[in-house]
Each structure stands twice: as C-alpha cells, then as structure tokens.
Design a protein around this ligand. Structure first.
Ligand code: ADP
Ligand code: MG
Length: 685
C-alpha cells in the first residue's frame, strides 16, 4: 500500500511541474517581451553565485530587489535553462520510470520544501539567506506588477521610473530566489530519482532473476503439466473403463436384483413349503411313533415268521432233495439212455417231389414204421411192402414243433441242474434235421429255437427259482468241433497255428476232463450263451465254405459246466450238460471215396461206431469201455454211462430216396435204445 501511495505522489509531482512553470511564466504577469529579452541575453550566462553576487535589498513588502536589472535577467535566464535541463532530465527520468517498474519512492521530496516561513518570506537564520517563496503569493505579485504596469510615469519622472524598476527587480529577485530553491529541490529530486533508478535497476535485475527463476519454474511446471496431461489422459481412459465397468456392474446388479427378487419369491415359496412340510413332519412323527409301536409288534411277528420260515426252508430243502430223488427215479424208470426219433417235414422242392410221406407211418407217439416197397417174388407187377417197426421213448412226427420236443427234453435238463451229467446227441444222415433240432434254422426265431438255446433258457430260469431255495450256480461254456479226430475251438474266430487241443484230466485224482488251450467262457445269462452260439455258428459257416461243407462231416459239441452250491447246508451239485450235433451218419461208397473224403468217412465211421460200441459196452457192463477209440467218446466218457443220462435224437429224412439211410439210422438208434445203463448217481458230495 505504501508503494502505491508513493506512485500516486509521483504522478502528482509530474503533473504539478508544468503547472508550476506556467505560473512562473504567466500568473505572475511577467511581460512576454521581457521574457523574450531574457532568453535572448541568456547566451552568456554563467552559474549564479547566489551568496556573493546577489547583494540586493529587501523591499518593505518582503521581496528582494537586486542591484542591477542586467544581472537579474541573466540569472533568470540561467534559471530557465536550469529548469529546462531539469525538465529534460525529469522527462528522461519519467521515461525511464515509465519504462521501468514503478519505483517505490515518495515524490514528496521533489517539491521544494516549503514551509510557512518561506511562504511568507521570513529569512532563515541558519543560512542567512532570504527565504525563497515556494509559490509566489498571487495577491502580492499582482499588486506589485499592477504597480509596475499601471504606473505610467511621465518621461521626466526618472526617479519614479527607477523606483518602479527597482520594484520590479525586487519582484524578480524574489522569483529568482524561488527558482533557485526550486532548482536545488529539483537537483535533490534528481538525485533521488537517480538513486531510485539505481534501486529500480537493482529491482529490475532482481525481477529479471526472478523471471529467470520463474521461467525455469514455468518450464518445470510445463513438464509437470505435460506429465499431468498424460496422467489426465490415462485417468480419462481409466475413467472410461471404470464407467464401462460401472455400467456392466449396474447391469449385473440389475440382473442380480432380478435374480434376488426371484430368489426371494422362491424363498417365500420354500418358506411356505417348509411350513407345510413341518406340519406334515409333525403328522408324520405322530404316525411314525405309531408305526414304531406297530413295528415292534411286527418285529415280534417277523421273528416268529422267521422261525417258521426256517422250519419251512428246512422242509422245502428236504422236499427239494426228495423231488430230485423222485425225479431221478422217474428218469431211471424212463431209462438212463433214451432215444427220441424225429422225422422232419418235407421242405422246398421235396414237397413237389413227394406230395406226402408214404414210406413212413406212425402208430403212436412211441413207434415208427418204415415201409419198403419191393418187387414180388413172382416177378409180376404186384408190389409188396416190407415193414420195419421201431419203438423209441418218443417218436416225433414232422408236425412236431421245437417246443413240444423240448417239453420231453426239459426233464433231462432239470436232471443236469440236480447234479447229473446229461448228454444229448443228434444222430442221422446229413440233411435229416440234426442241426435244426439242436440249434434251430439259420434264421432262428423264438418258435424255431433249437434244444441248446431252450435248455440254456430253462437252466437260467430254474436257477433263479433255486436261488430262493438257497442254491447258487455258476456256468462255464465251451463249443468245439471234432473233424477227422481233430479238435477245433468254435469260440475262437481266428485260431492260432499249431495250437494243440488235447483232452486231459483236471488232476490225477479227478475224473473231470478238460481240453487244453480251449476257451471256457464263464456265462451269467441266457443272452451271453446265445452270443456264444452265434459265434460258433459263424465260425462253422466259415469253415463250411472253406472245406466243402465240413460241418456235415464233423461233430460239434456244446458243453455247459454247471456248478451249484447250497451254502447253508453245505451242498454241492456239479454236472456237465453236453449237446452234440453228430456228423452225418450216411455211409459213403468206399469204392468211390479216395484221399481226404475217405479219411473223413473212416473218421466218422470210427467215431459213430465207437459211440455205439461204448453205449453197448456200458449197457453190457463190460470191464473195458473203449472210450479212447475216438475223441468224441473220450471227451464224453463222464457223460456216458455210470451216473449220467443220455438222450439220443435220431433224425430221419422224410424223403423216400433216403430210405436206406433212414433205416440204418433207426437200426443204430434202436440198438442204443436197447441199452440200459445202470443206476445213475448224482454227483453230490
Ligand atoms: P443236418 O444238420 O442233419 O444236416 P439240417 O438241420 O441242416 O440237417 O436240416 C436240413 C434242412 O431241413 C434245413 O434246411 C433245415 O432247416 C430243414 N429242417 C430240418 N428239420 C426241420 C423241421 N423240423 N422243420 C422244418 N425244417 C426242418
Ligand atoms: Mg447239420
């Protein structure tokens, strides 16, 4: 604030200066001519020596009057010059001041130090000089000048004129004194201005330094600003991302809010449900306690019933054993070797060839008669029929279905489960229906299913029932082919070369046999057995194309090993159910057969005749039974005779052209049928 007031004062001083000059030149009524004169004479001016040169007198009204007018005008001139100079320097200073920062100084000092004493023109004691009025009092000067101007003295009044002139000189002297003072004051002021200028320069230098510092600062700040701009840009991007996140968050929030609403509704529902359930639980608990009570009662009853059941189980088991015994007696009564005869129907072209089967007749379901029409001995046209009568355990006419046939067979299957070895053969010439009887036709249906699948089906069905009686069973299946006395595994699609299949005893002490390298498959269901039969059938058909229907000249043997155990009573029952599709029994004309065919025929002959021989030997209770004469009888030795049951199907072709083969088959079967194999014993331990 102090600086500001100083400035104000400076401005005031600047503006006062011309006013002052004007007053000096005009207000004091100095005639312009006089002024001009003064200027013209000012060339030879010298600096006034105020103390020594001016030795005038003071007028009565206080104005100093010089000795000579000439000297006064010179001095005035000098003063004017000094004033001009001061003015110039003052202008310069002012210019400098205006171009430099405002000086902090007071221009009060520029003014002449005017005191009341000086104004009234009282001389100062110290200097001894007469005071110079700062401002010439207007009234006084006007009066003085008016005296000078108005007094028009006559030309002769030289004394008056001198007095006027003196008066004027006195006025000018006062003015000069004033101007001298003014000059001095201006000098002082100039000094002040100079010092002020010096200060200003110093200040300007400082300011420059500060500006440099500020520049540096500005640069630093610019760099900072740059950084901040980058930062700002980054922040903007981040803000954008944050906004996006926020939007997403809002969306999520909205979704979650909806979810929450849904959950709240669900919670409400669940709460309601819970309440309902709690109510229900209470009811249930009440019921439960009631039920617990009832349960206790029932437990007692159950204990009683268990005791009763155990007793009944004992009874049942005893009955089961009894049933098995009786069943076996029946089977024995029926004969341990049984023969069923089956005549197949005419098929395909046969139906056209033979309208009906004329050479076969059936008396009842146990006998069959074969007629042979022969030329009469007389040689005439008359023909005589030769009858061949055969009795079997069962004779099935062409109309007999697989189902009917199995009904008779099922009793034997039951024997197998009861622990007796069971062996079922199909004997007959090729095409007589052996495979059909044992397995069924190529495209098999539930109705046309053969004995093997039916037997398996019955076994698994019975096993389920026997489970309730405490029996547990396990089964192992195998399927082989015996061709030219060589065994082949029908369950192996690609037989490895040089694999030996040999029939061996399981152990020295056991009579149980097995075939080396043969695949014995554990089966747990009827379906599994069906799959195995399918594999065997496929493998046989492959061989059929390879070696000209080898199947008809080979035996196929399906064996199911049955092992049963009654844990509680420590009872075991094991047996083997064998179902054999024998090679065609037709006899080949040996004179026409050579090589492989001959060897085949011989092998078939040997094995079939050995089978017959073995059965008769068993029947005759001979000491030596030739089981080892063929692979077939060797493999089946445990299932033939002794404690086993044997069933032979003799399959007969309905075609008259097959008469002799049919007769041979029936004769062979009849021989077997005559055999009575001793009482069988179940394989029980
Ligand atoms: P084998 O096995 O004795 O050589 P198949 O079982 O192959 O004889 O039978 C020869 C043909 O006769 C087959 O086409 C078979 O389907 C058919 N066949 C056999 N027995 C019957 C029958 N009981 N009912 C209908 N067709 C039969
Ligand atoms: Mg066959």
């Amino acid at each position: 604030m102090a600086g500001r007031s100083d400035d104000d004062k400076t401005v005031k001083a600047n503006s006062n200066l011309p006013m002052l000059k004007k007053r000096i030149l005009s207000d004091e009524n100095i005639p312009q001519s006089a002024v001009k004169r003064l200027r013209d004479n000012g060339a030879a001016s010298t600096r006034p020596k105020l103390a020594t040169d001016i030795a005038g007198v003071w007028s009565c009204d206080g104005f100093y009057v010089g000795k000579t007018t000439r000297r006064h005008s010179d001095r005035i001139k000098e003063h004017f010059q000094a004033i001009r100079k001061a003015k110039r320097s003052f202008e310069n200073i002012r210019l400098k001041i205006s171009s430099s920062p405002p000086a902090k100084r007071s221009l009060e000092n520029v003014r002449p130090k005017v005191t009341s004493a000086t104004v009234v023109g009282v001389p100062t004691k110290a200097t001894g000089r007469k005071p110079v009025p700062a401002v010439v009092p207007a009234t006084v000067s006007k009066t003085a000048l008016s005296v000078v101007v108005s007094k028009k003295r006559p030309g002769w009044d030289l004394k008056g004129q001198v007095a006027d002139m003196q008066e004027k000189v006195s006025v000018y002297k006062g003015k000069m004194h004033y101007l001298t003072e003014l000059n001095r004051s201006l000098q002082e002021e100039l000094e002040l201005v100079k010092s002020h200028l010096k200060n200003s320069k110093a200040e300007a230098f400082n300011a420059h330094q500060q500006i440099s510092a500020k520049d540096l600062e500005v640069k630093t700040l610019l760099a900072v600003q740059q950084d901040l701009n980058t930062e700002l840009q980054k922040s903007k991007t981040e803000l954008l991302n944050v906004k996006l996140d926020r939007d997403n968050f809002f969306n999520v929030c909205n979704t979650q809010k909806e979810d929450l609403d849904g959950l709240r509704a669900t919670k409400q529902n669940l709460s309601n449900l819970l309440e309902l359930k709690e109510g229900q639980i209470q009811v249930t608990e009440a019921n439960l306690s009631q039920a617990m009570h009832e349960l206790e009662q029932l437990r007692i009853q159950v204990a009683d019933l268990k005791a009763e059941t155990a007793r009944q189980a004992d009874e049942l088991c005893a009955q089961e054993m009894q049933r098995r015994k009786l069943h076996n007696i029946i089977q024995e009564l029926k004969g341990n070797i049984r023969v069923f005869c089956r005549v197949r129907p005419l098929i395909g072209v046969e139906k056209e060839k033979y309208e009906q089967i004329e050479h076969i007749s059936f008396q009842d379901d146990r006998s069959i008669i074969l007629y042979k029409v022969e030329e009469s001995h007389t040689g005439r046209e008359r023909k005589e029929a030769v009858k061949y009568h055969f009795d079997f355990d069962c004779v099935f006419q062409p109309t007999a279905t697989q189902e009917i046939i199995f009904e008779e067979l099922s009793l034997l299957v039951q024997s197998a489960l009861d622990g007796y070895h069971v062996c079922i053969f199909a004997y007959g010439q090729t095409g007589s229906g052996k495979t059909y009887t044992m397995e069924g036709p190529d495209i098999v249906t539930l109705d046309t299913m053969g004995m093997i699948p039916r037997a398996v089906g019955q076994i698994f069905k019975r096993v389920d029932e026997l489970k309730n009686k405490g029996w547990k069973y396990s089964f192992t299946a195998s399927f082989i082919e015996i061709y030219n006395e060589t065994i082949r595994d029908l369950l192996v699609s690609k037989p490895e070369k040089n694999v030996e299949y040999e029939i061996k005893r399981v152990s020295q002490t056991s009579e149980e046999l097995y075939v080396t390298n043969l695949k014995y498959k554990t089966v747990t269901s009827e379906e599994e057995v069906h799959r195995l039969l399918q594999i065997a059938r496929t493998n046989r058909s492959v061989a059929k194309t390879a070696i000209n229907d080898r199947s008809s000249r080979s035996h196929s043997v399906f064996q199911l090993k049955i092992v049963g155990r009654h844990e509680d009573r420590d009872l075991n029952a094991s047996s083997v159910l064998s179902l054999v599709d024998l090679a065609g029994s037709e006899r080949l004309d040996k004179s026409l057969s050579t090589g492989e065919r001959l060897r085949e025929a011989q092998a078939i002959n040997t094995s079939l005749s050995t089978l017959g021989l073995v059965i008769t030997s068993i029947s005759n209770k001979e000491s030596h039974i030739p089981f080892r004469n063929s692979k077939l009888t060797y493999l089946l030795q445990n299932s033939l005779g002794g404690n086993s049951k044997t069933l032979m199907f003799v399959n007969i072709s309905p075609c008259e052209e097959n008469f002799s083969e049919s007769l041979n088959s029936l004769r062979f079967a009849s021989k077997v049928n005559e055999c009575v194999i001793g009482t069988a014993h179940a394989n029980r331990r």
